[in-house]
Design a protein around this ligand. Structure first.
Ligand SMILES: NC(=O)c1ccc[n+]([C@@H]2O[C@H](COP(=O)([O-])OP(=O)(O)OC[C@H]3O[C@@H](n4cnc5c(N)ncnc54)[C@H](OP(=O)(O)O)[C@@H]3O)[C@@H](O)[C@H]2O)c1
Length: 287
C-alpha cells in the first residue's frame, strides 16, 4: 500500500482523500485512518481502504500503517494531548517502515507568541529527529473558521469580534487539502521541505464585512469589542469559560497578525490562486 492519511475521517482529511483521487491516485491505494466508524464506513464505500486506529493506542496505528510508504499525519484535534499522540504516531510509523511523514503544522510555527504553535513545533522537531523523510505543511488558519460570522452577517447584519483591525491570511480547507494531496502524491519531490501555506492575501474584519455585504446585498456592520466583552458574549451563548478564554486569547494572536503572513507556497503547490473571500461567501450563501 502506498499512501495513508491519519485524520482521514475529519473535514481536512475527507477533502484530502477527494483531492488525491482528483490527482489520479487510486482510492484503493490509500489507507484512510481515523476513529469515527460512520465516517470510515462512508470512506470505504468510496473505494478507499478504511482502518480504525487511535493515536492514543500506538499498536493500532502501527498495524494500520503496515506496508505504507507515504503518510499524511493530520494533527490531532485534542489540544494539549496532541504532542504525545503525534510522537507515538511517528514512532509507530518508524516501526511500520513508513518512508516519509507529511505533517500538517501551523503557519509561522517557529514564530514566538502563537498559542497553538508549541505542540506543532515540538512535533516538527520530533519528526526531524526521527530520521524519517518529512514534509511540513504549515497550514494557514482556515477561512471556514469564520463561517459563523458570515452567517451572523446574513441574519443580523452585524459581526462582533475582538479581532480589532488584525489581518489573517486564511486559506480554505479545500485549497490546503489540495496542497496536501500534491505533496503526498509526488512522493520524494517534497522531502525535507517546510511549506508556509497561507492564502494569497490577508484580510481584516472591516474587509470581511464589506465583502460579505457585497455578496449578501445588504449592509453589514463590524463591531469591534474588547476581549472581556467578547468572552462574556461567548459564555452567554453557552460556551464554557475556559474554552471562551482560549478563543479570546487565540483571537488576540490573530489581532497581533501572528497568522497574517502571506507567502506564495500554497498557490504554487496547487498551481492556481487561493480561494478569495467573495468566492467562498458565494458558496456559503448558496448552501
Ligand atoms: N488551521 C486551522 O484553522 C485549524 C483549526 C482547527 C484545528 N486545526 C487542526 O487541523 C486538524 C484538521 O482539521 P479538521 O478541520 O479536519 O479537524 P476535524 O474535522 O476535527 O478532524 C480531526 C481529525 O483528527 C482525527 N483524530 C483526532 N484525534 C485522533 C486520535 N486520537 N486518533 C486518531 N485520529 C484522531 C479525527 O478522527 P475521528 O473523528 O475519527 O475521531 C479526525 O479525523 C485538526 O485536528 C487540528 O489539529 C487547524
Amino acid at each position: 500500500m502506498t499512501f495513508a492519511v491519519i485524520g482521514a475521517t475529519g473535514q481536512l482529511g475527507r477533502d484530502t482523500l477527494d483531492a488525491l483521487v482528483a490527482r489520479g491516485v487510486l482510492a484503493s491505494d490509500v489507507i484512510a485512518i481515523g476513529r469515527n466508524a460512520t465516517a470510515l464506513h462512508e470512506i470505504r464505500e468510496q473505494g478507499f481502504q478504511a482502518v480504525a486506529a487511535d493515536m492514543n493506542a500506538q499498536q493500532s496505528i502501527e498495524s494500520a500503517l503496515s506496508g505504507v510508504s507515504e503518510l499524511l499525519l493530520i494533527s490531532g484535534s485534542e489540544v494539549g494531548r496532541r504532542l504525545e499522540q503525534h510522537k507515538s504516531t511517528i514512532d509507530a510509523a518508524t516501526r511500520a517502515g513508513v518512508r516519509r511523514v507529511a505533517y500538517t503544522s501551523v503557519l509561522n510555527a517557529a514564530a514566538p507568541g502563537l498559542l497553538i504553535a508549541a505542540e506543532h513545533k515540538a512535533t516538527e522537531e520530533y519528526l526531524v529527529a526521527s530520521g524519517l523523510a518529512y514534509t511540513m505543511l504549515r497550514n494557514a488558519w482556515y477561512t471556514e473558521n469564520h463561517q459563523q460570522d458570515f452567517t451572523a452577517a446574513a441574519t443580523t447584519g452585524k459581526i462582533v469580534s475582538n479581532l480589532g483591525d488584525g489581518r489573517i491570511a486564511t486559506a480554505t480547507r479545500g485549497d490546503l487539502a489540495e496542497a496536501a494531496a500534491v505533496v503526498l502524491a509526488e512522493k520524494d519531490k517534497h522531502d525535507g521541505t517546510i511549506y508556509e501555506l497561507s492564502g494569497d492575501s490577508a484580510w481584516n474584519y472591516h474587509e470581511f464585512a464589506a465583502s460579505a455585504a457585497e455578496v449578501l446585498g445588504h449592509d453589514v456592520e463590524y463591531i469591534a469589542v474588547e476581549d472581556e466583552t467578547y468572552a462574556q458574549q461567548l459564555q452567554s451563548g453557552g460556551m464554557p469559560a475556559d474554552t471562551a478564554g482560549f478563543l479570546v486569547a487565540l483571537n488576540a494572536n490573530l489581532r497581533a497578525g501572528l497568522l497574517g503572513t502571506t507567502t506564495s507556497d500554497l498557490a504554487t503547490l496547487i498551481e492556481h490562486p487561493t480561494t478569495p473571500l467573495p468566492a467562498i461567501f458565494r458558496q456559503w450563501n448558496a448552501s
